[in-house]
Design a protein around this ligand. Structure first.
Ligand code: ADP
Length: 328
């Protein structure tokens, strides 16, 4: 999907195309669209979202709250800005393109962190005092109807910088819930986009909700929807791009989703340890992606734990994280 010819030839005889990863060859999508293939999300939107610098400019232009930022051509420009006193610690550097799962994000707290700046076109954001990291998945169909999913709360593994615990519903006030859902709708409507959009948000320590970034596709923060919500994010995406009525996003059962990551210290053909014990847990739902080899922190699958009592779901999730290991 990154090679022009492969993508163009794949798409040329299709009626409709969609994506499940935004790192695609945009020129091929734009040409296919010109040649009459319907593509959702719209290639021009995917193109904007591929570039975090353009994303931030878009939020600014559309009055969507997001942390203040500056665009830099390279790491040396950042060093110069710091030396001139134009830029103060702490700040967060992000490469404009090709970042994912925290790769392409560099937190600069002090002078020694300048040695490991990312050497690429980038932006610098004010470091947000994060209270909670939230996400809202929102869908918009080709008739312009929108629906948002309940807000989820993400907890990160500090070493791998990957989401490791995703809780639905988020433990936030009704007011924050409404602000988060309204903001997600504002973003998808501003993009005039068809499909589903995962909107990652920060709730800062002062109670402000800020957009961090978006992904125009089914997303890690929506995996729990398969079991815990009336309409899964995958079905919703298809409903949206096919112009069908959007499905209910009501919660069937509270849930905790965990990513199943390769254990540190192991690389090679994947073996799963502790599965039997986990399968015996009430409300445990397993998704293994079938990747043949593991490496430290590689995403190998996910599990969603359902329980009407969210605290019990968290306890089970912790237990499963201790038991279920991917080794080689
Ligand atoms: P990726 O595209 O790799 O997921 P993100 O922009 O989501 O990158 O950043 C990864 C993580 O870095 C976030 O989930 C958050 O924990 C932290 N982070 C990103 N931007 C900021 C910021 N402006 N202030 C504080 N922390 C941030």
């Amino acid at each position: 999907f990154t090679k022009y010819d492969d993508l163009y030839n794949f798409g040329k005889d299709k009626n409709i195309l969609t994506i499940e990863i935004e790192k695609v060859n945009i020129k091929a999508l734009l040409d296919l669209e010109k040649d009459g293939v319907t593509i959702y999300p719209e290639p021009s939107v995917i193109q904007q979202i591929q570039d975090k610098g353009l994303q931030k400019q878009f939020y600014q232009q559309h009055n969507i709250p997001s942390s203040p930022f500056t665009i830099y051509a390279n790491a040396d420009e950042i060093r110069t800005a710091v030396a001139n006193g134009e830029l103060n610690y702490p700040f967060v550097q992000k490469s404009r393109k090709d970042g994912y799962d925290g790769k392409g994000v560099h937190v600069v707290n002090e002078v020694k962190d300048l040695d490991s700046l990312i050497e690429a076109p980038c932006l610098v954001e004010e470091k947000v005092e994060i209270f909670k990291e939230l996400a809202v998945i929102v869908a918009r169909n080709s008739k312009g109807e929108t629906i948002a999913y309940p807000t989820v709360e993400m907890e990160f593994n500090p070493t791998a910088n990957l989401v490791e615990f995703l809780v639905c519903p988020a433990a936030i006030s009704d007011e924050v819930e409404q602000v988060a859902q309204a903001m997600a709708k504002q973003v998808i409507e501003s993009y005039n986009m068809t499909g589903i959009l995962a909107v990652e948000l920060f709730l800062d320590k002062e109670g402000n909700v800020l957009v961090n970034e978006v992904a125009p596709r089914p997303h890690n923060s929506g995996h729990h929807t398969i079991e815990s919500i009336h309409t899964s994010q995958y079905e919703q995406h298809l409903r949206a791009i096919l112009g069908l009525p959007l499905g209910s996003t009501a919660i069937k059962c509270p849930s905790v989703m965990i990513n199943i990551l390769g254990s540190s210290g192991y690389a090679g053909p994947a073996k799963y340890v502790g599965l039997d014990e986990c399968m015996a847990v009430d409300g445990f739902n397993l998704h293994i992606y079938g990747k043949e080899t593991t490496k430290p922190f590689r995403k190998m699958g996910h599990a969603t734990i359902l329980d009407t009592d969210i605290n019990k779901a968290k306890e089970k999730a912790r237990n499963i994280q201790d038991k279920l290991k991917v080794i080689s």
